[in-house]
Design a protein around this ligand. Structure first.
Ligand SMILES: Cc1ncc(COP(=O)(O)O)c(C=O)c1O
Length: 351
């Protein structure tokens, strides 16, 4: 037994239908050289993604990180700055890509539960003065991972875009989990990114495809993004073997994200009454607990959970993250909640 996988939704395995789709794409002669634009399956996926996101065009990329980096390098020039939320993926977890690969200068700001308010953005845009780097872009993460799968509402997206556009800036959405936000709000993903210039979505998280992300925007943006993707070594040949599961991901796996959200709610309900536990009601599939009041830290809880067959990352200090996903059933959820309760009760509270 591998265990109940709550480390990340990136651990989701492809479905049988996804694997069949790869074989079918090959049998039907639909694979081709995508660098030459001749893989029919990739073209179908890109058209589908563009339609779903309400954008003119889309491009398949290898990963969420690559999609974010391509979007930034395509729309900002070396020496320009990009406003990012202090705990965002683009700032913290992409190996410094925007500066090392693109000469871009990240300007981190404090968000409100992950959201950069329009007022904050307004206050950090550099004056048009040669002493300063030009503020070229802002990145908004939706849902925001580190804040706990928090949703940025469409009106919040629009408001931030308005400030960016008023200052001749571009706005990029890191939508690694954009569909979680859309499903939770019961709105389309395209509504969320209506005023956004470029968006990146991941196929390989809750949507369960094995590999791949897409970036979407105007025809012109995608035309230029092609060159940056090539420069980064992201031009793939018979990429239809990635696109085929990606099509199933977009067609069949979006709605079922609701199950992950329900499991996160169940987990919250099971543990919210536990004396001393700091826990926030989840909005989507990610939930953090804080252990400040207990005689055990995150690494200790992760180690104890592992002994009981429950896998979580333990390197968040006093915080432990639980990410609900297709590999975790309602029954698993109850079991995991029971295990957390048992361990914390046994560890006891700080006096
Ligand atoms: C919010 C967010 N953005 C981007 C990424 C990067 O995706 P990838 O791991 O495919 O590079 C992740 C990955 O977990 C993420 O959580």
């Amino acid at each position: 037994m591998k265990g109940i996988e709550l480390r990340s939704d990136t651990f989701t395995l492809p479905t049988d239908e996804m694997i069949d789709a790869i074989v079918q794409a090959h049998r039907q002669g639909r694979l081709g050289d995508d660098v030459a634009g001749e893989d029919e399956v990739v073209n179908e996926l890109q058209d589908k993604a563009a339609r779903i996101l309400g954008k003119e065009a889309a491009l398949l990329v290898t990963s969420g990180t690559q999609g974010n980096v391509i979007s930034l390098l395509t729309q900002a020039r070396p020496g320009e700055e990009v406003v990012v939320e202090r705990m965002s993926h683009t700032f913290l977890f992409e190996g410094g890509a925007m500066s090392s690969l693109g000469g871009l200068f990240p300007k981190p700001v404090e968000g409100v539960r992950g959201y950069i308010t329009p007022e904050t953005l307004e206050s950090v845009i550099s004056p048009d003065n040669p002493h300063y780097a030009r503020t070229a872009m802002v990145v908004i993460e939706n849902t925001h991972n580190y804040a706990g799968g928090v949703i940025v509402r469409p009106e919040q997206m629009d408001a931030l875009a308005r400030v960016a556009h008023d200052h001749d800036m571009k706005i990029h959405c890191d939508g690694a989990r954009l569909f979680n936000a859309a499903v939770a709000l019961d709105i389309t993903a395209s509504r969320l990114v209506r005023e956004i210039d470029s968006v990146q979505i991941c196929l390989s998280k809750g949507l369960s495809a094995p590999v791949g992300s897409l970036v979407a925007g105007t025809e012109e943006f995608i035309h230029d993004a092609h060159r940056v993707r090539k420069r980064l070594g992201g031009g793939m040949r018979q990429a239809g073997i990635i696109a085929a599961p990606g099509i199933i991901a977009l067609e069949k796996m979006v709605d079922r994200l609701r199950e992950d959200h329900q499991n996160a709610q169940t987990f919250y309900r099971e543990l919210s009454g536990l004396d001393g536990l700091i826990i926030e009601r989840p909005e989507t599939n990610i939930l953090f607990i804080r252990l400040d009041n207990f005689k055990i830290d995150a690494a200790g809880l992760a180690a104890e959970l592992k002994k009981r067959g429950v896998l979580v990352y333990g390197e968040y200090g006093e915080r432990v993250r639980f990410v609900f996903n297709r590999m975790v059933s309602a029954e698993d959820t109850m079991y995991a909640a029971g295990a957390v309760r048992e361990i914390l009760e046994k560890a006891g509270k700080n006096s």
